[in-house]
Design a protein around this ligand. Structure first.
Ligand SMILES: Nc1ncnc2c1ncn2[C@@H]1O[C@H](COP(=O)(O)OP(=O)(O)OP(=O)(O)O)[C@@H](O)[C@H]1O
Ligand SMILES: [Mg+2]
Length: 368
């Protein structure tokens, strides 16, 4: 027997796509492992749906090759790719019952009647809708309709499940509940899943890996904690997570350690990117949790003034006027009881291990 590595569930080799001369996807190279939950995250128009539709076969690539398991599927029509798909807008057949909707993919595949009944039952149980089999879609809530769509995708036992912003029409609580439920089902079935969203929290909470996209490119791919804590570029650092930006100056760089001047403060930031210039202007990205409040005038702290304290239940957001910050503003979180009155002068001490430092990219930071 062969002892090769198993083929990835999905392999995308240099796939490109343009629409009428405008590039939607630059060459994309991506391997998705079996059983992996991969999220495509990025702003509107960055190419997420285009990439999903290429995997599904609804769009044809201009160049490159696409494999599902070991099969080259670049020229294979969607219904022969053995994939399940869930869209944002449910797309259920209104004149069919829930059970008939779920059975649809099995009937078109000419599965025997008795087996259809069993598998529809199983799929409905998986999404907790056993008792709704005879209802019509319009007699269901949005969350229930999306469960039917999920059951309909799962019932064919797809090799890959593709979901395009499936929960974006749901209110926040329901959305969170559906996220947990989908992840549980996906893990239970060991189902390879590609999930599209522009919601960073959704991506961070559900994924094994996140591919952060902008302008038709994958800008970084990695586990959620890597994407959040070790962003590789300014775009990723600002698109994922809250970020305070400071204009800074690199005074020296030795290997992965950069000595940085920001306002009156000097910091040694590590690790920093190996290709960071050894001196010159830079942008320092500081998450709220990398900032600590100190008294005004503390050595090595950045001066700021409380502008507004926003009560958030478990904590308060302090918005501060801060001349050293880009836009003159920054934000950090404090326990709700420690909120401070507007006008209070404070110092901001920055952690040396959390922040990231990047060249002051002219390539448009948070712009899609
Ligand atoms: N059928 C099409 N014809 C022409 N242009 C298209 C077509 N589909 C997508 N595009 C363009 O390709 C780019 C990527 O679109 P895509 O739908 O993949 O973005 P997206 O990341 O899914 O955005 P959103 O978050 O808004 O859904 C956009 O500039 C879009 O206008
Ligand atoms: Mg889209």
């Amino acid at each position: 027997m062969s002892n090769e590595m198993p083929h990835p569930a999905v392999q995308i080799d240099g796939v490109t796509k343009s629409f009428g001369g405008s590039v939607a996807l630059n060459p994309i190279w991506l391997k998705i492992q079996r059983g992996e939950f991969l999220t495509l995250l990025g702003p509107s128009g960055c190419g997420k749906t285009t990439l999903l539709n290429l995997i599904a076969g609804f769009l044809e690539a201009d160049a490159g090759e696409l494999f599902i398991h070991r099969d080259l599927v670049t020229q294979v029509p969607p219904h022969q790719r053995e994939i399940g798909i869930v869209f944002q807008n449910y797309a259920l057949f209104p004149h069919m019952t829930v059970a008939q909707n779920v059975a649809y993919g099995l009937r078109t595949r000419r599965v025997a009647k008795a087996e259809i009944a069993t598998r529809v039952q199983e799929a409905l149980a998986l999404v907790k809708l056993e008792d709704f089999a005879d209802r019509r879609p319009k007699q269901l809530s949005g969350g229930q309709q999306q469960r039917v769509a999920l059951a309909r995708a799962l019932v064919i036992r797809p090799r890959v499940l593709l979901l395009d912003e499936p929960f974006s029409a749901l209110d926040r609580n329901l959305r969170t509940a559906m996220q947990v439920e989908l992840r549980e089902i996906q893990m239970k079935l060991g189902l390879t899943t590609v999930f599209v969203t522009h919601d960073q929290n959704e991506a961070l909470s559900m994924s094994d890996r996140i591919a952060v996209m902008s302008r038709g490119e994958i800008r970084q791919i990695g586990a959620p904690a890597d994407i959040y804590a070790r962003p590789e570029n300014l775009f990723v650092s600002t698109f994922v997570g809250d970020a305070n930006l400071f204009s800074a100056r690199i005074l020296a760089r030795t290997g992965p350690v950069a000595e940085v001047e920001v306002g009156p403060a000097r910091l040694r930031i590590a690790p920093c990117a190996a290709d960071l210039p050894a001196f010159g202007p830079a942008t320092l990205v500081v998450r709220p949790e990398h900032c600590r409040l100190t008294e005004a005038g503390t050595a090595n702290a950045i001066p700021a003034t409380v502008a507004l304290s926003v009560y958030q239940g478990s904590h308060a957001e302090l918005h501060l006027d801060c001349p050293a910050a880009e836009g003159g503003r920054m934000m950090l979180r404090v326990p709700a009881a420690e909120a401070m009155a507007p006008g209070t002068a404070v110092g901001i001490a920055l952690s040396e291990t959390g922040p990231s430092v990047f060249p002051p990219a002219a390539d448009g930071r948070a712009v899609a």
